[in-house]
Structure formats: C-alpha cells, structure tokens
Design a protein around this ligand. Structure first.
Ligand code: PHE
Length: 340
C-alpha cells in the first residue's frame, strides 16, 4: 500500500510540475483527487484494509494528499503569476507615445491672412465693403483717373469680357462704389479676388487684394504712414517699421510703394529681403483730387489716402512660401502645415 501511494505521489508531482497551463493543471487534479481520481479510489478501498491498519494507512493517504495539494497550490500560483505577466505584456501601453492627432480641417492660408488683416483693420475702426468680381471699365479704370488710352492701363493686363465689362484687375474699383454711395467720413477696407493676365512664380492670373480707403477732413500722407506702421507691427511683429518710396498710380498723388523692415533679419540683410533689409509689401498714396471730384467729394474740405495689399504676398512672406502656385494647388501636405 505504502508503495502504491508513493507511486501515485511521484507521478502526480511529475505531472503537476510538467503542466504548462492552468487548464492542464485542472485536468491533473481531477485524475488524482477528483471523484474518480486515483487517490480517491485508494480512499474508497479503505474498507478492505484490516481495521487495525486503518489509522496508519489513513495517515499515509492524508500525507500523500497534503503533499500533492501543496505542490498543486504552488504550481497554480506559479502559473497564475505567469498568466498575469503574459496579460500585462500583451496589454502594455506606452504612455510616453505621442497621441494620435485627430484629423482636422483648417482654413486656407489666404483665408487665414485675410481674416487676420480684417481683424486688424476692424480694430482700427474700418468697415468692410465687398465689391463684385465683374466690373465695368468705368469703375476699374476710368473713374480711377485711367481713361481709355492712358498708358497706366499697360500696368495691368486685363481680361475683358466685352468692351464694357471686365474681370476687375484691382479692388480699387470699390473705392468709387463706396464714395458714390456714402458721404465722408469714409473708412473702409475691401477684400476680394482680382484678375490679371500674368503668370509666374510670384504672379497668378487670380489673386486676392485688400483695398483700404480713408476720406475725411485733413487727411495727409502722415496719417497713412502712421496707420501702416501700426498695421505692420500687428501682422509682422512689434519691431517692424515701414519706409515709403515714391511710385506712380493714376488714382493717387503722391503715390508710394511701402516697404517693411525685414522681419527675418531685422534689417541686416538676408535671403528673404535679398540683402536689402527691406521688403516691398503694398502700394498706396494720397487719393488723387480728380478721383474725389469725380465722385462728388469737395476737395476743399476733404482729402484721403488709399492702399492696396496683395494678400498672397503677405501669406508667402509670413509662411515662407516661394511659389504662389503652392497656395492654389490644394496640396494638403502644404496646406496642413499652415494653421495660425
Ligand atoms: N490698385 C493698386 C494695384 O493693384 C494698388 C493701390 C491701391 C495703390 C490703392 C494705391 C492705392 O497695384
């Protein structure tokens, strides 16, 4: 009997130790300790053992059972720990990994810059006038002191729709509409698309301008300069200043080109400003009396200034874009990078 128990014990221990999963361990437990298990069978056979030997045999059986159960418990613990370790391994989360960015749309760079400019001018008290993209020759040229055979028409290659109608070449056309509709004081900006037959790395047949017009008593070039200084600080940074260079537009007199001190090198000279320290950003001037008179404004009382900003140009400068086409090709790799 003792030998048999010894055999059961050794085999059980070997099987338990060889079990490599909790399920297998359960099976082993059943074949030994279960209802039909080997050790249970021995217990059932106790009735055939002579009564005087029963206490001794009972003790052996109990010892065997305890030994097997303690090994079982030990192995169960080991396998449970291993199962937990494997689960932790499988479910491991690296909390230092960068989060997945949710896909999100953003405004087109031109819209972003247009909104920024609109906000700046609105904060200075400008109203917004939006004109139409199809204009008459009169509003786009003649009323802006550029009659039919004026050489300044060559400055802008125009898309004519008919001898009378055209795609506006400049938002300046809006100046006339506003002055016809409203008495001074006038303080408006007019953003919108304009069209010229022009196509290279910095010019596109369709682009966006923002016109500005101020007409009031005692307006001078100094008011223009003061306002522009304020404006460029807000759009390019507080250390940026402006300088005016003489220029020519038929509808302003005097006319100026406005440069800003290079916001990248601070004026020392770099690639962006082509070594000059200055970057040309817009055209402007004091409104030509002929234009004011044509709109019925009394030039003995009122004067004004006007300016025209190329929005693509500002966007290209701000975001370091060297080809205007990148703004119109709808390449998401480019557009996704620009979100102010
Ligand atoms: N309309 C001019 C252009 O497109 C810019 C401008 C606007 C100049 C207002 C002076 C005053 O080139």
């Amino acid at each position: 009997m003792k030998e048999k128990l010894q055999q059961i014990r050794e085999r059980a221990i070997a099987e338990i130790q060889n079990s490599d999963g909790l399920e297998k361990l359960g099976e082993v437990r059943n074949t030994i300790l279960g209802k039909k298990g080997e050790l249970t069978a021995v217990l059932k056979g106790m009735k055939d053992v002579p009564p005087e030997e029963r206490p001794k045999v009972g003790q052996w059986v109990n010892e065997t059972r305890e030994a097997i159960e303690s090994i079982l418990a030990e192995q169960t613990k080991k396998l449970e720990a291993e199962a937990l370790r494997l689960r932790y391994e499988a479910e491991k989360i690296d909390v230092t990994m960068p989060a997945v960015k949710p896909a999100k749309g953003n405004l087109h760079p031109i819209t972003q810059v247009r909104n920024q400019l609109t906000d700046i001018f609105a904060s200075m008290g400008f109203e917004i006038y939006e004109g139409t993209e199809i204009e008459t020759d009169y509003y786009n040229f003649t009323a802006l002191n550029t009659p039919q055979d004026h050489p300044a028409r060559d400055m802008q290659d125009t898309f004519y729709l008919s001898p009378e109608f055209l795609l506006r070449t400049q938002t300046s056309a809006g100046q006339i509409h506003v002055m016809e509709a409203k008495k001074p004081p006038i303080k408006i900006i007019s953003p919108g698309k304009v069209f010229r037959s022009d196509d290279d790395a910095t010019h596109s047949p369709m682009f966006t301008q923002m016109e500005g017009l101020v007409v009031d008593k005692g307006i001078t070039l100094c008011d223009l300069k003061g306002m522009l200084d304020e404006f460029v600080k807000k759009i390019f940074g507080k250390n940026v200043t402006t300088r005016l260079r003489p220029s020519y537009f038929p509808f302003t007199e005097p006319s100026v080109e406005v440069d800003v001190s290079c916001f990248q090198c601070g004026g020392k000279g770099c690639k962006l400003c082509k070594g000059t320290g200055w970057i040309e950003v817009l055209g402007a001037g004091v409104v030509n009396n002929k234009v004011l008179e044509g709109c019925g404004v009394d030039t003995d009382v009122y004067s004004g200034f006007a300016f025209g900003i190329g929005i693509e140009r500002i966007a290209m400068l701000k975001y370091g874009i060297n080809n205007i086409k990148l703004l119109f090709e709808s390449d998401l790799r480019v557009l996704n990078q620009i979100d102010d």
